[in-house]
Unconditional design. Structure first.
Length: 362
């Protein structure tokens, strides 16, 4: 899907106006301090503040956040008892005091110069929102395998912020650096959406005539889920909410979102045909014709195996995990998508960080 053509420039802000960083936080004790440090180390022309929307963590994250806030007056704490991403983001934005909003996740780290570069791009392009590349990294063989899938078109192909490219108008933006005036006009994050809330907000920004820009010079380090079970739950929830967004917005969703459910359907069809052929229920020309369903499955297996085998610098554990991670991401997302399209997302949450609750992670 091509972005709608912009017809309006976002308002400029006076130099030195300042920046408000907003970060929803839930059970991120392991990552929070580095995320906060990389944010407060950003250098811009003007004052900055970091507003943490604290969900009901049970791993000591809230205590750590309060400790950090006592050491730096730029850190502001707001409560987010519901723990939902858009609710926390909206509470943080409403508590902000500067005309530019920078979304940050507690599971990520901003590269040096990220914010100033984004401010320059906002001013130069007069965009309403600017985003860059999600550069996933891993600390373990499993997490590194997930990170490689995130960074490759084989894993999450299609979105520029996963694979890079040239500066251009975009469908959505990873995290996002936004003008507060644009948010005030189009409305904040939709609190009825627990996943994909950024895509829906950018849809409204583009529908209002503003640009959403992708700038490949902007880079954010992202740390993926650390286990297979958590990764599966994350992608099931994400796929289900994408299915909900298709129910709401139909063909305004990109065609690439339909690839995982198509893969799942093809795989199921291949299994059914295989069983019927083994049982000799299917024979003769019909069996040969229906057997063509094995070709795309075989092609997919070859692509995934080739991707795992050709990863530079990867050890054998990472390569083996890659063989499991890529199909898991695709099939879990596809299963969630089909459930979301047929039954809606309802109260579906991502329980990959905390059982029964949502998380502030993409």
């Amino acid at each position: 899907m091509r972005p709608e053509r912009s017809t309006r420039d976002a308002p400029l802000v006076p130099p030195g106006s300042g920046v408000s960083f907003v970060m929803p936080v839930l059970n991120e004790r392991r990552y929070l301090e580095r995320a906060v440090t990389s944010t407060l180390e950003q250098r811009v022309d003007g004052p900055i503040e970091l507003i943490l929307a604290l969900g009901p963590s049970d791993d000591g994250t809230t205590d750590l956040a309060r400790e950090l806030a006592t050491t730096d007056p730029r850190i502001v704490l707001v409560d987010n008892p519901e723990a939902d991403i858009p609710v926390g983001l909206n509470r943080a934005i409403r508590a902000s005091s500067h005309p530019t909003i920078v979304r940050v996740d507690a599971h990520s780290e901003l590269a040096p110069g990220y914010t100033q570069r984004a401010l320059d791009t906002l001013a130069r392009t007069r965009a309403g929102n600017v985003g860059g590349i999600m550069r996933a990294e891993g600390r373990t063989p499993f997490q590194s395998a997930v990170a490689s899938a995130y960074n490759s078109r084989v894993g999450l192909g299609g979105g520029a912020y996963h694979g890079g490219g040239k500066e251009s108008e975009a469908e959505s933006a990873y995290l996002g650096v936004m003008r507060r005036a644009v948010l005030d006009e189009v409305g904040f994050f939709d609190e009825s959406i627990r996943r994909g809330e950024d895509w829906e907000l950018n849809l409204r920004i583009r529908s209002a005539g503003f640009r959403v820009m992708f700038d490949p010079a902007l880079s954010v380090t992202y740390w993926p889920r650390e286990s297979w079970a958590r990764l599966t739950r994350q992608f099931l929830a994400t796929g289900r909410w994408r299915g909900e967004l298709v129910r709401r917005y139909g063909t305004r969703n990109s065609l690439r979102f339909f690839a995982p459910p198509a893969l799942l359907g093809t795989l199921v069809a291949a299994v059914v045909v295989g069983v019927l052929r083994i049982a000799r229920v299917l024979t003769g020309p019909l069996a040969a014709i229906l057997g063509l369903v094995f070709l795309p499955v075989a092609a997919y297996a070859i692509v995934v195996a080739g991707f795992a085998a050709t990863r530079r610098g990867a050890g054998w554990r990472e390569r083996v995990w890659t063989l499991a991670v890529v199909p898991t991401m695709h099939l879990a997302w596809g299963a969630g998508f089909l459930a979301g399209v047929t039954r809606g997302a309802r109260d579906t949450v991502d329980t990959s960080r905390l059982s029964g609750r949502n998380t502030p992670l993409p």
